[in-house]
Design a protein around this ligand. Structure first.
Ligand SMILES: Cc1cc2nc3c(=O)[nH]c(=O)nc-3n(C[C@H](O)[C@H](O)[C@H](O)COP(=O)(O)OP(=O)(O)OC[C@H]3O[C@@H](n4cnc5c(N)ncnc54)[C@H](O)[C@@H]3O)c2cc1C
Length: 408
């Protein structure tokens, strides 16, 4: 019987163990924390956004080939993943159409984490919690896995599912990435992604607590990202899906270039022409009245101040230059930012092992036979909305199947 060691009982590793054990391999799942799957537990605000309702593969971010990424995703189509959760795990999912997300019907992330681990055991995998892997290396045609305070383990194949660097207290400290680098894999520099941004602009800090849907764009040299979704002013800066989805462009501009990314916001669904109409003279309506019809009051006041327009100005008296300035601010207003919350708050890690280093069908390393990679150690992440679990489930399953069958 083939002996497979899976390192990391997070989203990808637990799925890999399920499919490795289902394919008949003797499967050992090693996890450093007491219980595993801690990111699943805290995901989606404790509700776990298991999957998106629809997948747009072009929204994934990678420095590797997008075609290879698509191949990996296609290996387990969305409808089959949904069926797996509902039929095999017995976890019914519900849609949230306004956000295009899927959640467990119980709205309890714990059901997903516990259901996956229980299924791995039911399929025959052995879980070893509180087991910190310190190294893994090829030896005599197989693999040796070293653990803290335990004897080394022998394996025919090893699956690395140790995740990235984000939210370290969930168990991810980047050890897997460091060893994969040492084993000669091409690595793309890692960076915090889906992380809130900070700002020290007092007028905007006063808006803390205000939230609204916006369209944000971040641009830095050849890189850009645009996202439409929720935006939240916090006491430290900005958060919400739209901010998280463009944050990687800001983070990378800081790390890689001398020029910070430029962030701009379209604060409403109205474009230039619609604002031209909305700002036309209308009885004794003031410019504040026109803005408040489309924006939270406090934000309307701040935007008028930024545009240097008197809030009491009656629309019929609004000068052309004022109108143009205001429309500019409303449709592509600059959003000052000073930094980011880094890995401490990042939902994922960007960068990692180049996708070119693995066979997209089996997730086997092209550098080392018998070594399989899945989840966040790979150079890909998706937007908010269940895309990152989709990636973990698809690559985890493929790695589990590949590792169990390799050399058969
Ligand atoms: C706050 C937050 C909310 C999120 N919400 C969502 C969401 O709703 N939907 C979504 O799609 N994505 C969400 N994500 C992203 C998602 O959680 C990750 O993309 C996903 O968990 C990555 O899976 P993974 O298995 O690769 O890594 P992880 O889930 O991080 O698992 C890695 C595992 O490996 C273990 N490990 C690491 N090193 C060792 C070692 N040396 N020895 C033994 N074990 C080790 C860790 O303890 C951990 O259990 C969220 C992330 C965060 C931080």
């Amino acid at each position: 019987m083939k002996r497979v060691v899976v390192i990391g009982a997070g989203a990808a590793g637990t799925m890999a163990a399920i499919f490795s054990a289902s394919a008949g391999a003797e499967t050992l799942l090693l996890e450093r924390t007491r219980d595993g799957g801690r990111k699943i537990l805290i995901s989606g605000g404790g509700r776990c956004n298991v999957l998106p309702m629809v997948v747009d593969a072009s929204r994934f971010v990678t420095d590797s080939s997008p075609n290879v990424l698509r191949k990996m995703l296609r290996s387990w189509p969305l409808d089959e993943q949904v069926a797996f959760f509902e039929r095999d795990l017995g976890i019914p999912l519900v849609d949230e159409p306004e956000s295009s997300k899927r959640f467990p019907a119980s709205h309890r992330a714990r059901d997903v984490r516990d259901g996956l681990l229980a299924h791995a055991v039911a399929k025959g995998a052995t879980l070893l919690m509180n087991s910190v892997v310190t190294d893994f290396a090829p030896i005599d045609g197989g693999w040796r896995v070293d653990r803290e305070g335990g004897l080394p383990l022998d394996a025919d194949t090893v699956i690395v599912a140790t995740g990235g660097l984000s939210v370290p207290n969930t168990g991810s400290d980047g050890l897997g990435l460091r060893i994969l680098d040492r084993l000669g894999h091409t690595m793309h520099p890692t960076y915090a992604a889906l992380t809130p941004l900070t700002a020290d602009e007092p007028s905007l800090a006063a808006l803390s607590g205000v939230s609204l849907p916006v369209t944000l764009t971040a641009r830095a040299g050849p890189r850009s990202a645009t996202a439409t979704g929720g935006f939240l002013f916090t006491h430290r800066g900005y958060s919400g899906p739209a901010v998280l989805d463009v944050s990687h462009v800001a983070v990378r501009s800081r790390a890689e270039t001398a020029t910070d990314a430029r962030l701009t916001a379209r604060w409403t669904t109205l474009g230039e022409r619609e604002w031209e109409v909305a700002l036309r003279p209308h009885g004794v309506r003031t410019v504040t009245g026109a803005l408040r019809a489309a924006l939270p009051d406090r934000l309307a006041s701040v935007l008028l101040e930024m545009a240097a327009v008197d809030p009491a100005r009656i629309l019929s008296e609004l000068r052309r230059d004022e109108r143009l300035r205001l429309i500019e601010i409303l449709t592509r207003g600059p959003l000052p930012w000073s930094g980011d919350e880094g890995y401490r708050k990042a939902e994922v890690t960007g960068g990692g092992v180049s996708l070119a280093e693995v066979d997209p069908r089996t997730m086997e390393s092209r550098r080392h036979p018998g070594l399989y990679l899945c989840g966040e150690v790979l150079d890909a992440f998706g937007p908010i909305g269940g895309y990152n679990f989709l990636w973990a489930w698809a690559t985890g399953r493929a790695a589990g199947r590949g590792a169990a069958r390799e050399g058969e």
